[in-house]
Structures are given as C-alpha cells and as structure tokens.
Design a binder for this molecule. Structure first.
Ligand code: 2P0
Length: 349
C-alpha cells in the first residue's frame, strides 16, 4: 500500500495451438460452447505466440487495450466477458478473506498491450494465443490461481486449449451453463519430443470469412457438420488420444489429415459455401500424399484451419528432406507473387 500509485505490471506469453481434431460450430454463442470436442497441439513458447502486458494503477481512469500497437475498443463483448469473469473470481477470493490479495485493488483499471509475432487473422489462430495470454496475464495481475480455460473459452473457443502446453483436449461438456466445457492436458510437451510442426504461409492476408460467422452459417445450413459432430468426432477423439499416447505417427497423421479434410468439406457443404483452401493449399495436399506414397509410409501430415496456410506435422528425422521438398515444389520466386515460407517449429510446446 506504500506504492499504490506505482503501476503494477505483468508480462506473459502464450503460444498458438494447432487443432488436429477441429472445433467448428457452437451450441451457445455468448458462452462459446461447441457442438463437438476438439484436440490440439500447443507450440513452443518461443515460436508463434502472443505477448501481453497488463498494467494496473490507481491513477488509470478507464480500462484500455492496444493490439499490435493500435488502440482498440475495450467494449468488445468477449473482452468484457473475460475482464468480468477475472474480476468476479478476484472479488470472490477477497470475500473469502484471502490475504494474498494486496495492492491490486478491484477498482483498479487495467491497461492491456498485446502483440503477435505472426500475421493476425490469416488462419494462424491469433485469437487462440491472444485470449489465452490475456486471461493468463490478467489472472497473474489479480492473483487468481486455478482453472482458467473456462474463462479463455469465453474470449475465443480455441483459446481455452492454449492455456495448456503439449497435447490438449477441449471437452465439449454437457451442462447448459458451460461449467464443464474446459480444456485438459492429454500429454505434456515432453511426451513426444521428435514431433515437428512446419507452417507454410500461403497467404498472410486477412481471411474473407471469419471463423465466428463462418461456423454460424455452417451450423445453420450444413447437415454434414451435424453428422460430423454427432457421429464422427466422438470416435476420432478417442482414436487420436490413443495415437498420441502410443506416439503412433502414422495413426496420428492419418486422423489429422482426414479431420482437416472433413472440416473443409463441411465448409463446402455450408450454404453459401466457404472456401478457405486455395490452389497452393491443394498442391500441398497432393505433394504430401505423393511423398507418403513414395515411401510407402505416412511420414507427413497436413492440416488447414480457417485459411490457406498449411501446417505440416512430421518427425524430426524427416525435417531436412521435407524442407528440400518444400523448396523444390514451392520456390518463393516462382510462385506468382505468393509468399511461401517454411518455418521449422521445434518440439511441441
Ligand atoms: C480449431 N478453428 O479447432 C478450429 C479449426 C478454425 C478451424 O477454432 O468464434 O477463432 O472465437 O470461438 O476459436 C477458429 O475458431 O472461433 C477455430 P470463436 P475460433 O482451431
């Protein structure tokens, strides 16, 4: 209390996660409750990530936020949900008489500064790292411990998975209030150190159809999505967890590719249809299947989110050859102005 006018400042980072069983579609918009469970791999802290700094001070007049250096509207509903939930937990702790609650008064306003080290809104899961980092950093500032994935989920669905490292499942849950729709670590980052992820940037442009509105249209119009959520994903989640636990790359890779393809098929089944893949993405798919066929063994897997950029999974021993293959098929200078970049990503998380 001696230094109440000195801002209290905390900086944290959160990495991007890549879904291998995809989340697409909500059963509740505001609470962000999904129609199916999903599973992802969280990248390493020093790779594609968001860095967030939160400052609190008695002298701040209002909450404010800057994203990649530009001030944005603090009244964004999902941002408000996260702030409200964090302050509610903090108030609960104070009422419970927790002595750790100190100079960070509840009435204190926050200034939030968040930067990504990768292109925003290009299908590279920027909202996942962004909201995970925001919620985690706010929790440090307000002295909150424990379950944070349920709050991160209310910022952006996929963000709940970036709260944990390694292999993470987001259980869809059954409850109407969403209390059981949480992320859980399946295996830690140390479990499969040979696994590698390469991101091939086919376009760093903003995607034409955002995930939030895209999945709304899919829920309303795609009967393939309904079939997928009810009859395909539950079995695939169980198989994927087994593949990860056994470190069975071929099984992991085949499920990953099939699930990416089915997600993009539901986009095509949406009316009007949504196209996230471009001709470069399709070439990547063909090259991966040709490569695997050539070796008579599944050594590579692709997956694509709500954009054309390819994420390739492989094992460490195949990375040098994969980089050669990428450079051979996608030389940067002959790609019609497209910009392709192989970004070797070290062990998961
Ligand atoms: C995923 N995606 O599981 C899937 C795969 C895109 C394709 O999560 O509305 O940005 O904020 O909950 O999390 C993108 O959706 O959507 C996404 P909201 P979000 O990673």
């Amino acid at each position: 209390e001696d230094c109440v006018d000195k801002p209290h400042i905390v900086t944290c980072t959160a990495p991007v996660n890549i879904a291998v069983i995809k989340y697409w579609g909500k059963r509740h918009e505001e609470l962000i409750l999904p129609i199916n469970s999903s599973l992802s791999v969280t990248l390493h802290q020093d790779q594609l990530k968001t860095t967030t700094t939160v400052a609190t001070s008695r002298s701040f007049q209002e909450d404010r936020i800057w994203l990649n250096g530009k001030e944005e509207d603090i009244n964004h509903p999902r941002l408000q949900s996260c702030l409200r939930e964090i302050r509610r937990l903090s108030r609960k702790r104070r009422n419970d008489g927790d002595p750790i609650l100190n100079a960070t008064g509840l009435s204190h306003k926050v200034h939030i500064c968040s930067v990504n080290n990768f292109p925003t809104a290009a299908g590279l899961a920027s909202s996942a790292a962004g909201f995970a980092c925001l919620v985690y950093t706010l929790a440090q500032v307000f002295g909150i411990e424990g379950e944070l994935s349920g709050i991160a989920r209310q910022g952006s669905g996929s963000a709940c998975r970036s709260i944990y490292g390694g292999f993470v499942q987001w259980l869809m849950g059954q409850k109407e209030d969403g209390k059981d729709s949480l992320a859980q670590q399946v295996e830690p980052e140390s479990h499969w150190p040979e696994l590698r992820i390469l991101v091939l940037v086919a376009s760093a442009e903003r995607k034409p159809v955002g995930s939030t509105s895209g999945m709304q249209t899919s829920v309303q119009t795609s009967c393939l999505l309904k079939h997928r959520a009810e009859s395909v994903v539950p079995g695939r989640m169980a198989e994927m967890i087994q593949a990860v636990r056994r470190k069975d790359f071929a099984a992991f890779a085949e499920l990953t590719m099939k699930d990416s393809n089915q997600f993009h098929a539901t986009c095509l089944d949406t009316y009007p249809p949504i196209f996230y893949l471009n001709s470069v993405s399709q070439q990547v798919i063909n090259v991966v299947h040709r490569y695997n066929r050539h070796y008579g063994e599944t050594r590579l897997a692709y997956t694509f989110d709500a954009g054309p950029n390819a994420v390739i999974f492989t094992l460490q021993q195949h990375v040098p050859e994969l980089v050669e293959v990428v450079q051979h098929f996608f030389p940067p200078e002959t790609n019609g102005g497209q910009f392709i970049k192989g970004l070797p990503v070290n062990p998961v998380a």
